[in-house]
Design a protein around this ligand. Sequence first.
Ligand SMILES: [Cu+2]
Length: 121
Amino acid sequence: MTLIINIIGALFIIAIVVWFWLWKPRATQHANGSAIDIIVANGIYKPDVIELKRGATATLNFRRDDPSPCAEQVIFHGLDISETLPIGKIKSIQLTPAKSGDYRFTCQMQMYQGTLKVVDA
Ligand SMILES: [Cu+2]
């Protein structure tokens, strides 16, 4: 009996380690001046890493499926953009990044997190 409990405990610890430290869902999408769809649900932006070309106008189509107030706003840090996302509808945000670099985009509480990678064309 003790052995079984120990095994369950060990599996639990492994699951926690994998979940919090090892498992990093990363889906990079390249916008390249065109439109890109981003789903807002279950605490993550999907995709959460988006590559844009500097100086090119990209359209980010946010679709918020998460009705909780947490997901209501999206803020692009360093780009002076913040928008309110309606539930279940597409919200298009256009941006033309002038400088290359990484820009974070988050909800107002910074629980949703994503990165815009602006690269030189
Ligand atoms: Cu939030």
